[in-house]
Design a protein around this ligand. Structure first.
Ligand SMILES: [Zn+2]
Length: 133
């Protein structure tokens, strides 16, 4: 059983404290991943197979590289979100400045835009891609 105390003032703080915790954990995991993939890159264990092995190995490295650059971007997004929490603007759309829905924030803690802006931008991006821009 949970008793509901009337401590409304602290509710928001608690909420962002929880968000912060989630983000900090995410950051921890990412950093771990990044340092691990770096270690793999520097391990010179390539030269002991036929061409097929070598081809597979370099493809793996490529994937690794792609992953880590995406993860680096994610890391930056996490830092930005943490900053926003500090400034008290976390969960506000960067484009239209409306509050991003709690559901969306829960599903996508790093989303800088509300659902409407995000889909608008995706449509625009797709159009640009189709036009070859
Ligand atoms: Zn928006």
């Amino acid at each position: 059983m949970t008793k509901r105390k009337s401590t409304r003032k602290t509710t928001n703080k608690k909420k962002s404290e929880a968000q912060k915790q989630i983000l900090l954990e995410k950051r921890e995991q990412l950093i771990k991943k990044l340092t691990e993939s770096k270690r793999e890159e520097s391990a010179p264990e390539l030269d002991r197979g036929d061409d097929l092995d070598r081809a597979a190995a370099s493809r793996d490295q490529e994937i690794n590289y792609m992953l880590s650059s995406r993860e680096r971007e994610e890391l930056r997004a996490i830092e930005e979100a943490l900053e926003k929490i500090e400034m008290g603007v976390y969960g506000v759309c960067e484009r239209c400045e409306k509050t991003i829905g709690a559901k969306r924030i829960k599903a996508l803690p790093l989303a800088p835009y509300c659902h409407d802006c995000q889909s608008e931008m995706e449509v625009a991006q797709r159009r640009n891609r189709e036009l070859g821009l």
